[in-house]
Write a protein that binds this ligand. Structure first.
Ligand code: GDP
Ligand code: NAG
Ligand code: MG
Length: 454
């Protein structure tokens, strides 16, 4: 009885009963300590492991589709002799353009700029130094979509010397050779026949009327240069063909064939992708001057020309004298054409005649209507080509090919519904072109030809 509920004495003999509990507590404590120490140690070893980038890369990783992990490491192949990377070395990675370059690690170095395309042709850009970015974006589209497979040279023109920066970046963007021309002063200044006072007054008037570029002298030099001088440049003397490219233009599709070869083989001499109405206020007397010239030189007017496209209610050759210019012209910021068209006696005489009239300055004659009227009158109509398969943008207008074949094979990246192409805009002359060529609104031939009745 006694002792059953005896209180444990506070001292003496007391350890005997509490020892197991104490041991359990010690063991538990030790376990926790060991576990803690272990996890701290693990973290330390992870932290001191080399970073992924410093670690030697497994040299030979192969994909094993049947293995669970997907990737297994297989034994490294025997070590290869180390590649020297000094600039003087002859050894290096092979660029996709086909040159052994020791500079492969910088993505630079000599490149093979040898032309692959078969034509005597150059891409041509008139441009200012400050337009470098816009020039590069247009170049990139043309290079990616076409020229890197052909390596046609680029020829740049400027009325001021090109900056080193401009030359460096454009030459890097070009796949082929590059050349930079400084326009001679005589080609970019007021000719002696121009009455400067009258010119300034006229320019002021046009500026006040808010006519586009009406108050710009440099724009007038640009239009005159594109009309009468670029094709005379010694830099282009060995070429027959040019593709005019402007800064800020975009090309939406792969160019699947050489357009220069196409032009040559099909007897084409001038081409366009967009056509529209000119501002009448910029060419008030261009048509009457053209009539005067045609009276003087009837021999230059081609049989079967495109007069029916640039005048309304066309009847016959005499429509030139009876009908007004309907303002339809080819938008010349894109042009693939035969340089020899402008070098012909007919065009030289036409330009000299117009230049003597002074309309490039007293008015603001554009190179687009001048080229368009000349091509329409001096060439048989089948020598002017509409590139229906080129997707193109020059702000503010853009167009894409309408047919599935061009769109699909050309990998077109048309950033709008192609039905919204400029071709169908009320401001476009495209429908007139199709009607004139006996085609329907999509460019498909229609069975019987009827002169359009606008
Ligand atoms: N070097 C040079 N090029 C010019 C000058 N003005 C225009 N251009 C170029 O001539 C072309 C037509 O000019 P742009 O300003 O695009 O006229 P828009 O397309 O009619 O609005 C472009 O290729 C321009 O880079 C100029 O004063 N100097
Ligand atoms: C450069 O390219 C041309 C044209 O493709 C080719 O004929 C020539 O062999 C190339 N040159 C080198 C060094 O690869
Ligand atoms: Mg432009």
């Amino acid at each position: 009885m006694d002792g059953k509920f005896t209180l444990l004495p506070r001292r003496g003999g007391s350890l005997r009963g509490s020892l197991p509990k104490f041991l359990i507590a010690i063991i538990l404590l030790c376990t926790v300590l060991v576990w803690l120490a272990g996890s701290v140690y693990r973290r330390d070893t992870l932290a001191s492991a080399p970073l992924a980038a410093d670690r030697p890369t497994p040299t030979h990783i192969s994909y094993e589709p049947d293995s669970i992990s997907g990737f297994v490491e297989t034994p490294a192949p025997p070590p290869v002799e180390e590649q020297p990377t000094t600039p003087n070395s002859k050894v290096g990675l092979k660029h996709w353009w086909g040159v052994e370059s020791p500079y492969h690690f910088r993505g630079e170095g000599p490149r093979n700029r040898t032309q692959i395309g078969r034509e005597k042709a150059s891409l041509v850009m008139l441009v200012r130094n400050r337009e470098l970015k816009d020039a590069l974006s247009a170049m990139k589209d043309i290079e990616d979509r076409f020229n890197r497979h052909y390596r046609y040279p680029w020829t740049f023109f400027n009325d001021e010397p090109f900056s080193e920066e401009f030359k460096l970046h454009t030459s890097r963007m070009a796949s082929g050779e590059v050349q930079y021309g400084l326009i001679p002063k005589e080609h970019w200044s007021l000719p002696t026949n121009i009455d400067e006072k009258k010119f300034r007054e006229k320019m002021k008037e046009m500026a006040d009327k808010k006519i586009i570029y009406g108050g710009s002298e440099s724009y007038r030099h640009m239009c005159r240069y594109n009309s009468g001088f670029f094709w005379q440049s010694p830099l282009l003397k060995d070429f027959d063909w040019y593709w005019r490219v402007e800064p800020s233009t975009s090309f939406y599709c792969d160019q699947l064939y050489d357009p220069f070869t196409f032009m040559r083989e099909n007897g084409k001499r001038y081409s366009f992708v967009m056509t529209m109405y000119e501002f009448r206020a910029t060419i008030e007397t261009l048509w009457s001057s053209t009539r005067e010239f045609a009276k003087k030189h009837p021999e230059y007017i081609a049989e079967d020309n495109s007069l029916g496209f640039i005048v309304d209610d066309y009847k016959d050759k005499n429509s030139l004298f009876k009908k007004d210019f309907n303002l339809c012209h080819f938008w010349s910021n894109f042009e693939i054409a035969d340089l020899n068209l402008w070098r012909s006696q007919a065009y030289r005489d036409y330009f000299a005649f117009l230049d003597a009239k002074g309309g490039f300055f007293y008015e603001r004659w554009g190179d687009a209507p001048v080229h368009s009227i000349a091509a329409s009158l001096f060439l048989p109509k089948d020598q002017i080509h509409f590139f229906h398969d080129i997707g193109y943008r020059h702000p503010p207008y853009k167009r894409c090919p309408q047919d599935d074949e061009s769109t699909d094979y050309g990998r077109c990246q048309c950033p709008f519904n192609k039905g919204e192409s400029f071709d169908f805009d009320g401001y476009s002359c495209q429908k007139r072109w199709w009607k004139f060529h006996n085609q329907d609104d999509s460019g498909n031939p229609i069975p019987s030809y009827k002169i359009p009745d606008f």
